[in-house]
Design a binder for this molecule. Structure first.
Ligand code: ZN
Length: 160
């Protein structure tokens, strides 16, 4: 990896960290999930409003390090307006990307998330980048099972 690519990744991550997306509180959410990353102390609450099979609104509240906050912000930007199936595919692709899978592909308009490819150089940060996405996958499972009134908790120690 060239240093200019590193710089670009750093810029994208810092931009999301400094002005995280998805902060607006939702009145009514029917997809809920909490996540934590014990190895770093990152905590995240995900709420979304699903209309039909579309993610109409999403709120992420992440208290943690720069990587976890930036990754959660990217998630908020990426999933809004998409179908549940698209969102699940994106979350699964991001998991592969963070773990260094060169083959994993995202839609072109989500190129910001490519910045997370940089974290594989820092193995202790991989779970920070994964937190939002495993929390989202848990929330999708909750929603699919009709658990729309309460969230469940997921830990990156169990799902990596
Ligand atoms: Zn972290």
């Amino acid at each position: 990896m060239t240093s200019s690519l590193d710089d670009m990744y750093r810029e994208v991550i810092l931009d999301h960290y400094r002005s995280p997306r998805g902060k607006k509180p939702l009145d009514k959410a029917n997809l809920l999930s909490d996540g934590m990353n014990p190895s770093c102390g990152d905590e995240l609450t995900l709420r979304a409003q699903i209309e039909g099979d579309i993610v109409a609104e999403v709120q992420v509240d992440c208290k943690g390090c720069a990587i976890s906050v930036a990754s959660a912000s990217m998630l908020a930007e990426a999933v809004k307006g998409r179908t549940l199936n698209e969102v699940r595919e994106i979350a699964q692709a991001v998991r592969k990307i963070v773990k260094g899978d060169e083959e994993a592909k995202l839609p072109d308009e989500l190129e910001d998330i490519e910045a997370l490819r940089g974290v594989r150089q820092f193995p202790v940060r991989v779970k920070c980048a994964l937190l939002a996405w495993v929390t989202l996958l848990e929330g999708l499972d909750n929603h699919a099972q009709g658990k729309t009134g309460e969230g469940t908790s997921v830990s990156t120690e169990e799902k990596d």
